[in-house]
Design a protein around this ligand. Sequence first.
Ligand SMILES: *[C@@H]1O[C@H](CO)[C@@H](O)[C@H](O)[C@H]1NC(C)=O
Ligand SMILES: *[C@@H]1O[C@H](CO)[C@@H](O)[C@H](O)[C@H]1NC(C)=O
Ligand SMILES: *[C@@H]1O[C@H](CO)[C@@H](O)[C@H](O)[C@H]1NC(C)=O
Length: 245
Amino acid sequence: MTFSKQIPLLLSIFFFFFPLLKASDPKPCYTASCIHGSFNGKIQVRFPFWLFPKQPESCGHTGFNLLCTNHHETTLKLPNSETFLVRDIDYLQQRIRLSDPKNCLARRLLSFDASESPFSPLHLLNYAFLTCPKDDVNSPPYKPIHCLGNSTTSFIATRLDLVGSMPPSCQIFKKLLLPVSEPIAYMAGFAGDLNDQDLWLKWDSPNCSVCEGRANWRCGSINNITLQVQCFSSVNSGTNHLNSI
Ligand SMILES: *[C@@H]1O[C@H](CO)[C@@H](O)[C@H](O)[C@H]1NC(C)=O
Ligand SMILES: *[C@@H]1O[C@H](CO)[C@@H](O)[C@H](O)[C@H]1NC(C)=O
Ligand SMILES: *[C@@H]1O[C@H](CO)[C@@H](O)[C@H](O)[C@H]1NC(C)=O
């Protein structure tokens, strides 16, 4: 057998044993993920988040617990709401992007409540949800929310100051402050189907942006009661608990 023919064999041996080597080396606070192996776009979980059941609670902060589903999706449950799917975590800007597992974010936003969680909306805008006779709003510029409503009634979400431009047959169902990611995106015309976007939330503390902004440094807690954090070297250590500066 030539050497080049042995490479695939060597690689498969390496990839078979590599996870075992990692598993036998206890580094519970190393970045975790619900998906095994490398996959572009997988959600990397690290401080202040912690991933159940792959990491102990001590790897993260209260309220930052994420959970893997049986389908290897990463989820977040806020105290006063059902589970969201985690789409992205921006550790530098301290933002998390969420979506509704049932693809009906509009329904979730109607009763959204981030209180008692460490997260808050990026921006809030005054919105109105309206119910309209289906036939009056089934063409542009109106974009009924596809997952709400029934055979006769459509739901539409719009900025409060645009309610006057809706057909007079529509009735206000609910007025609320809606969490939005970019106020600019909503400035023109009607909101459209709220399900076309995801929900971005931010967290202000613990504040890890200084550590995250430096290559090869990671954030960790000094103490699990206060929100004090410190930067740790992630080079060679793979944990949040070594080589503090
Ligand atoms: C905080 O740390 C102490 C000492 O290390 C530990 O006994 C306690 O369980 C921790 N609390 C939480 C919420 O992790
Ligand atoms: C459709 O929804 C509206 C508003 O919720 C309700 O008043 C109406 O009875 C519903 N119609 C049907 C056919 O379910
Ligand atoms: C986090 O700390 C940095 C540096 O001290 C500061 O510039 C930034 O505004 C802080 N972020 C928040 C959300 O408080």
